[in-house]
Every structure is written in C-alpha cells, then in structure tokens.
Design a protein around this ligand. Structure first.
Ligand code: SAH
Length: 242
C-alpha cells in the first residue's frame, strides 16, 4: 500500500530541515496509520511547496521528520476570495472545505442582515480548510478570516477587487462574467434568506460589484458557493492551464 500521507505543518521546509509534528499528527501517523521510522510522508506549509520527508523519530505523542526533496513547488490559487453568509454548522463547514478544494485564496464569513447563524469558530473552520488541502493535494491553505459585518466589509472595500455578487433576484439572467471580475476578485454569497433591500442598494452603488446569476434555479447557499467558484475558475481562474 503506497497510501501517501500528506500533512500540513506550521514550519519552514527545506532540504535537511528537521520538522516536529504536533501531538495530534504524531498520534495520527503512528497510532492510527501505524507508520514508523523510515516512513516517507509529504509535508507542505502553504509556502514552500510539497516536500518528501522521512520519519526519524516516532513516539506515541512525538514525531520528528527530516525533509529530503521538494516534490512540488507551491501552487498559489488565483487571487479569489469567497465571502459568504454563514448558515448551519455542517453546511458552513462544507462551504469552507469546498472553497479550499476549489482554490480560493481567502475565505470570509460575512454577517448580513438576514444571516441567522450563531457565532463563527474561526479556528474550527481553519482546521477544515487545512484538512481539505491535505486531502486534495493542495500546496496552499486559504486563510479563514474572522467574521465581519456586511457594512464594515464594504466600508473599506478596495475598488480594485471586483465583487461577483451572486444575486438570487437575477436567477435565470445572464451568468457571463464581465472582465471587471478578473482577479483580484471576491465572490459574495448570501444567506438562506437572501440579501436585504438595503444590501442590494449598497451593492448596486459599488462600482466594483457586478450582479451575476447562477442559473434559472434558486440554489441553497452551499450549492451556490460551489457553483460560483466553478463558474469563476472556469471563466477567469486556473482551470485552463494554457
Ligand atoms: N431565500 C432566497 C434565496 C437565497 S439562496 C430567495 O428565495 O430568493 C442563498 C444565496 O445563494 C443567495 O443569496 C445568492 O447569493 C445565491 N444564489 C442562489 N441561487 C442563485 C441564483 N440562481 N443566482 C444567483 N445567486 C444565487
């Protein structure tokens, strides 16, 4: 069984570099996966690409590896943010996981007027993003930002970053993406209750924001997030590696 284990570490990586695992990682690698000294593992830290490392010390709660060779350079996703109104816990987790897999650079929970989710646990969501990157072969982990209020988010908006405003009121309208939505860009997905009239007005007055349709059906917010990421990546992102 080759089953290559990939682990994210908060440690710089380079030839000969020694890396200490966290207790949880050591438990996973040696206790759960039953690996030991000599095992080759892939490590990445979001900056230095992917490295093949070898286990040189394996204990119940400690693990030390030595980096051997770089197996892949870091592959940054395009400068695309996913901004979404948090929904139920499991569905919010899903959105974060999919955004990491689909190649978003930053994930921003946005509290809109009709958002009725409770407090966001940023660390939990960040852990989901890391796990998704470990599993999808990513060399980059998107940063999950602290939740921010819709108004505060737009108060200091960088006009150079286009907003792909996924507007349920446009369902059935055009889903072609104007050039202003090329990177740097941000996708904006509303909550189950959609956007409020005041929020629509605010977005309507923002030059950077472009309302876009995601087809003729009203999608759940988690589906809409994946659809929007797909649409953007295909039209303006890194799917077409020409
Ligand atoms: N309750 C609202 C729907 C909200 S769907 C209503 O019935 O109108 C949740 C979010 O997903 C929306 O705010 C929007 O950002 C996105 N969305 C869902 N379907 C969409 C579509 N067909 N076009 C554009 N955005 C859509």
């Amino acid at each position: 069984m080759s089953g290559n284990v990939r682990l994210y570490v908060e440690h710089s990586l380079g030839a000969g570099q020694s890396v200490t695992l966290s207790r949880e990682q050591a438990h996973y690698l040696f206790g759960v996966m039953r690996k030991g000294v000599g095992t080759k593992v892939s490590l990445f830290n979001g900056q230095d690409g992917e490295w093949q490392a070898e286990v040189v010390e394996a204990g119940k709660r400690v693990g030390i590896l030595t980096c051997r060779v770089q197996t892949r350079p870091v592959q940054m996703p395009p400068d695309l943010w996913l901004m979404f109104a948090p929904i139920k816990k499991a569905r919010t987790d899903f959105i974060v996981e999919k955004a990491a897999e689909m190649g978003a650079r930053r994930i921003v929970p946005v509290m809109t007027e009709f958002t009725n989710a409770g407090r966001i646990q940023r660390d939990r969501l960040q852990a989901h993003a890391i796990e998704a990157a470990e599993q999808c072969g990513g060399t980059f982990v998107p940063h999950v930002a602290e939740a921010i209020k819709f108004g505060a988010l737009l108060d200091h908006w960088d006009v150079g970053r286009g907003i792909m405003f996924c507007d349920e009121a446009l369902a059935g309208g055009s889903s072609s993406l104007p050039a202003v939505l090329a990177a740097p860009a941000a996708i904006l997905i509303g909550p189950e209750g959609g956007f409020s009239p005041a929020e629509r007005k605010r977005l309507g007055g923002l030059e950077a924001a472009q309302a876009v349709s995601l087809g003729p059906r009203i999608l759940r917010a988690d589906t809409a997030a994946v659809a929007a990421l797909t649409l953007w990546q295909q039209a303006l992102g890194d799917w077409d590696a020409a």
